[in-house]
Ligand binder design. Sequence first.
Ligand code: ATR
Length: 277
Amino acid sequence: MVDNYAVFGNPIAHSKSPRIHTLFGEQTGGAVEYGAICSEPEEFAQDVMMFLVAGGKGCNVTVPYKQEAWELADELSDYAARAKAVNTLAFSEDGTMVGYNTDGIGIVRDLQQNHSIALQGKRILLLGAGGAVRGVLQPLLEAQPASLFIANRTASKALELAQDFAEFGKVSGGGFADIDGQFDLIINGTAASLQGELPPLPAGCLAADGCTYDMMYSAKPTAFVTWGRAQGAAQSLDGLGMLVEQAAEAFFIWRGVRPSTAPVLAQLREELKRNPS
Ligand code: ATR
């Protein structure tokens, strides 16, 4: 018996999730089949239902349907409820859909475990205030940084987000012009990097020995990764590790087995170099 999973999004052709989960399946010895489904607007919920009825065990959800998946889920994990976004749905035998958000766990694991970047007591600057940033805020704050400042082009969105997560403490928000002082870790969660652009950051905002992390990734260093290197970051990383770690957490939720991420990440990096699309 093969267990079927899929990722839903639009566009979806370039998603690395099928490759990652196929490698996880091979590694853990399970019969796993994982596809990619491009849902048209308005048809996402129906497509997921059809996948469930056809015997699917669970699915991942990516742009632009994470919020719709949050609405669709019958039950939500704590992270997903607060993120107002779901990237993983697990289907129970009785057809119940449980929604999770593994993005924040993904970035925290990549930082702390893969790259030995401790978060506790650190000053974090988080750029952007869209869905990507909302999805990672709770796990980042639970790692107990000294402070976390959310800076966004539209300042009001950063302020609202900081307000929504105020109970975790140490979080504030504002515009790029409000960035003040130095940070041990600067994380880019804006879409600017994809357009080859950089958020306007003040000179000297990265502390000595500070690190930079772009939630985006590409075959060539992103604009933000290049910026981090130019600032002398101890490590300037992209988000491929986050992608693999969030997938591993989803795989664990579905199958109760934790795949080893390092060989999969190495293989993906190699494949990305060979085939940059
Ligand atoms: P996602 O789900 O990827 O986070 P989103 O919710 O549309 O997508 O959010 C995109 C984020 O990237 C926002 O924080 C956006 O800033 P605004 O809220 O001001 O729109 C940010 N962004 C997009 N392009 C940007 C650019 N060129 N420079 C700076 N920020 C940018």
